[in-house]
Design a protein around this ligand. Structure first.
Ligand code: DOR
Ligand code: ZN
Length: 361
């Protein structure tokens, strides 16, 4: 046994599906999955069934979350460019603005450049604007940023092309940060053969070359974000599968295994515990202006070997693309503001015991 205490870990990119699609996940099950995965704060995306693009819907979401969450949760606001008058009303309540420039779950899209530009400049907050931008829209965002510098966060980079563009932008001093998902660090296109539609997500799995490039330039990556995107197994296995994979309970074990085992997957000994703290605590806290209580922490056993099994997951969707993977490193105990909320696979927290987080700008 080799115990290690990590500071409160933050996942800045999850889809808890509540309200609107609580058959997939809800505030209680999603935050329980976060604790089981060692995360004490999650930031929830606005692509609900009815997107969170009005102050009223945001209020309703926060109100419902308050009663159900078992870890700390913050929210992003969404826009399709039609709701600029809402920005002033929601400013103090959100962690940032999320814009979708490509089709994905929810089809909640800005695909008109003048609208995008107007939305970009009207969100005058110090908080970041987050982008789902793949392929040509990726360059569009960086073009706009050069003309109108302000903090932006590029979600789920997956290709060497994208990371190269971010390296250039950072060299020029542009205020850009980026995140990478665990599935883009541990899976490639080749895995689609065995995963089938369970390996479908946006952005899609990429080549081994892309994956190697991400690992090689880990120092430029700012955060690991799970993009926890639960869908029912029956939906994933249907003729019209939705994009997305759950990730909250596998992110930290995968990272710990990569630290422990130089032969694991393609990480090749490139990851350290300090990297995990930087990518899952220090950087997300800084970028999204989150104050983490010093008594909020996660204890892991670095030595414990175990196997990911769908049936043991706390996420309501009860499946993982990493089902059957052997891990070395396991979450043992989680504390929220000094109170033990998770221990040895058991959730100890009551619904509503998590806090709604606001940005400390
Ligand atoms: O695969 C994805 N699923 N990518 C996204 O951008 C959205 C997410 C979801 O909400 O299902
Ligand atoms: Zn997402």
């Amino acid at each position: 046994m080799s115990m290690l205490t990590l500071p409160g870990l933050i996942d800045p990119h999850v889809h808890l599906r509540d309200p609107g699609q609580t058959e997939k996940e809800d505030f209680f099950t999603g935050t329980a999955a976060a604790l089981a995965g060692g995360f004490t704060t999650v930031l929830d995306m606005p692509n609900n069934k009815v997107p969170v693009t009005t102050a009223e819907r945001l209020e309703e979401k926060i109100k419902s979350a308050r009663e159900k969450v078992v870890c700390d949760v913050g929210f992003y606001f969404g826009s399709m460019g039609e709701n600029l008058a809402e920005f002033a009303k929601i400013s103090s309540k959100v962690m940032g603005l999320k814009l979708y420039l490509n089709h994905t779950t929810g089809d909640f899209l800005i695909n008109h450049k003048p609208t995008l530009l107007r939305t970009f400049v009207e969100f005058t907050d110090k908080k970041p604007i987050l982008f789902h931008a793949e392929n040509e829209t990726f360059d569009t965002v960086l073009d706009i940023l050069r003309e109108h510098p302000r903090p932006i966060h590029l979600c789920h980079l997956s290709t060497s092309y994208e990371l190269k563009r971010v390296i250039e932008a950072k060299k020029k001093g542009l205020p850009v940060t980026c995140g990478v998902t665990p599935h883009h660090l541990f899976l490639t296109k080749e895995d689609e053969t065995s995963l089938g539609t369970l390996g479908m997500m946006k952005p899609p799995l990429q080549s081994l070359r892309d994956l190697d490039f991400l690992w090689k330039h880990l120092d430029v990556i700012d955060v690991i974000e799970s993009d926890h995107a639960p869908h029912l197994l029956s939906e994933k296995q249907s003729d019209t599968p939705f994009f997305g994979v759950p990730g909250l309970e596998t992110t930290l074990p995968l990272l710990l295994t990569a630290v422990n085992d130089k032969l694991f997957n393609r990480a090749q000994g490139k990851l350290t515990i300090d990297d995990i703290i930087r990518l899952c605590h220090t950087n997300p806290a800084r970028i999204f202006h989150i104050q983490v209580d010093p008594e909020t922490k996660t204890e892991v056993d670095l030595d414990e070997e175990w196997t990911v099994e769908n049936k043991n997951l706390l996420t309501k969707c009860k499946w993982s693309p990493f089902d059957g993977w052997k891990m070395r490193g396991r979450v043992k105990k989680v504390f929220l503001r000094g109170k033990k909320v998770f221990e040895d696979g058991n959730l100890l927290a009551k619904p509503g015991s998590g806090k709604i987080v606001t940005s400390q700008t």
